[in-house]
Structure formats: structure tokens, C-alpha cells
Design a protein around this ligand. Structure first.
Ligand SMILES: [Zn+2]
Ligand SMILES: [Zn+2]
Length: 276
């Protein structure tokens, strides 16, 4: 049974509930542990509709508040995490992360050359124009993810195939096409050559695409390549559960041949068994 959620947002970034409220929900829903992983940091561009992230100053204060909550809350382990953004200059990311006392760092690519991958369907479609087609945009996305893994700055890759978010019924591209398989395969090979995990993220179950990130065939291939996994709900909304989709994630992991998942304390991995 999966009793940890390694991906949750609070009002410090784009979540609707405070850390205290998210943690209370996790207790009420019977979780053993939760990683609070607010977006941090992000290079703002005023012309773009980006308001999901936070400054270093606010983030540091937030980490201290999590320390205080740890003292207060019984029966739930609280991990201090961050969901960091792919930026073309990864030295900048290294600099942002320096000196932060974090248990767990998720890495995600949400924005490439001004293309916001998972913001809205309309904005997703702009990728076609920016890159000269969805194929080029998506290939660029998987390149960025590979680079992020190789940087050694992150512990796990968030929502690996988030590019399918606005692609229900293969509306814009087809996952079965050879070029897509190649882009994913190349990215997985790069991840497999590092110690970085990938995330099974349940947020896709709650949007039109109605599927976990990543797709079952990608998870199977990741297993073959020996890539470990973390499991995250990507909790944001008041109306969702902090443990939403964990049963489905467990089923998908077993089907792909996994018998454990990772949690991270002080950036060190520990494998937890899925049990019988
Ligand atoms: Zn994300
Ligand atoms: Zn997230």
C-alpha cells in the first residue's frame, strides 16, 4: 500500500490550502508521510501568465514554518521539498538551491522558450507555433527533462509525460508514433544513467486526459531500465484529496513490475515496499 504523497503544493506557491491545512488533510486521510513541494524558484517574465512560484526569501521562511509544524504534528512525517523548474542555464538552478535545507527535490520542465507546457490548452497549442510543430516542441521538452536529470540537482522527475495533459484522444499528437517513442526512450536512457527517479503522478487522473503520468508503457520501460520511482499526488485544490489516486498509482506500479517506491530524507533515498 502506498501511504506517502511526495508531491503537494500550498499557498506558498499555487496551492489553495496552507501547509498546516494540507498537513491536517494528510493526517485525516491516514497518510504516513508527505513531502511539501512548492514551486521554487522561477524566472518571472511579466508578459506571461505565471504566478505559481515563489521567491527565495519567502521560500526560506516557509521551510522554517515546516520545521515548526514537524514539532507540532504527530503520526505524520513531514518532508521539506521543492518542485524546481528546468531553466536553460542549470548553473542558475544550482545557485538557487545552494544552502537550502531540503529533504527532496522534484524537477519539472513546465516552460521552454516561453512555451508553458501545462498551463492551459490554448497556451499548450502555442508550442506548435513557437517550435514549428508539436513534434519539435515535445522533442525539446524531453531533451530538457534529460538535461535536468543529468544535472544531478534533482532527486526525481515530476510528471514525466505532462505533455499529454491536453492531448486526450490523441488530439494533437499520437503517443504510438515512432518519433514520440524515440523521444521518450532517449529521455529514459539518460535518466537511467543517473541516480534520479521518476515520479508516478496522479494529477492526470483528475483532468481530461484521465491517465497517470507517465503512461503504462513508459512506466514498464522505466522498470526495465531500472529507474526507481517516487509517487506524488501533485495536490493543489481544496476539493481534491491529499491522497487522491494513490491506489491507482500502486496498481500501475505493480503492473509495471515494481515492488517498491522511494521516499527521500535529507536528499537520501529510502525504498518502501508496496507490500503484498
Ligand atoms: Zn509540475
Ligand atoms: Zn506540482
Amino acid at each position: 500500500m502506498i501511504t506517502w504523497n511526495m508531491h503537494a503544493h500550498t499557498t506558498v506557491s499555487d496551492g489553495e490550502l496552507s501547509a498546516e491545512e494540507v498537513i491536517q488533510r494528510a493526517v485525516d486521510e491516514g497518510l504516513s508521510g508527505i513531502a511539501i513541494t512548492d514551486h521554487f524558484p522561477f524566472p518571472y517574465k511579466p508578459e506571461e501568465p505565471v504566478d505559481w512560484t515563489t521567491s527565495r526569501r519567502v521560500f526560506e521562511r516557509h521551510l522554517s514554518a515546516l520545521d515548526a509544524l514537524r514539532q507540532k504534528v504527530d503520526g505524520l512525517e513531514i518532508l521539506k521539498g521543492a518542485e524546481v523548474e528546468y531553466v536553460p542555464s542549470l548553473d542558475t538552478l544550482a545557485h538557487w538551491l545552494e544552502g537550502l535545507d531540503l529533504d527532496f527535490v522534484l524537477g519539472g520542465a513546465h516552460m521552454l522558450d516561453g512555451w508553458l507546457v501545462d498551463w492551459s490548452e490554448e497556451v499548450f497549442c502555442r508550442g506548435q507555433k513557437i517550435f514549428g510543430g508539436f513534434r519539435a516542441a515535445i522533442e525539446c521538452y524531453y531533451e530538457a527533462v534529460g538535461e535536468l536529470a543529468e544535472s544531478g540537482l534533482v532527486d526525481s522527475i515530476a510528471h514525466l509525460d505532462i505533455v499529454k495533459k491536453y492531448n486526450p484522444d490523441a488530439r494533437y499528437f499520437n503517443e504510438d508514433e515512432p518519433w514520440y517513442h524515440q523521444a521518450v526512450e532517449h529521455c529514459l536512457q539518460r535518466i537511467a544513467a543517473t541516480d534520479v527517479a521518476i515520479e508516478v503522478n496522479t494529477a492526470g487522473l483528475r483532468v481530461a486526459v484521465g491517465a497517470l503520468y507517465p503512461s503504462a508503457w513508459i512506466l514498464r520501460r522505466a522498470r526495465e531500465l531500472g529507474i526507481p520511482v517516487t509517487v506524488g499526488v501533485d495536490f493543489h485544490r481544496d476539493y481534491d484529496r491529499v491522497s487522491a489516486g494513490l491506489t491507482a498509482a500502486e496498481k500501475a506500479l505493480r503492473a509495471a513490475g515494481y515492488d517498491s517506491y522511494l521516499i527521500f530524507r535529507g536528499r537520501q533515498a529510502e525504498a518502501l515496499s508496496l507490500g503484498r
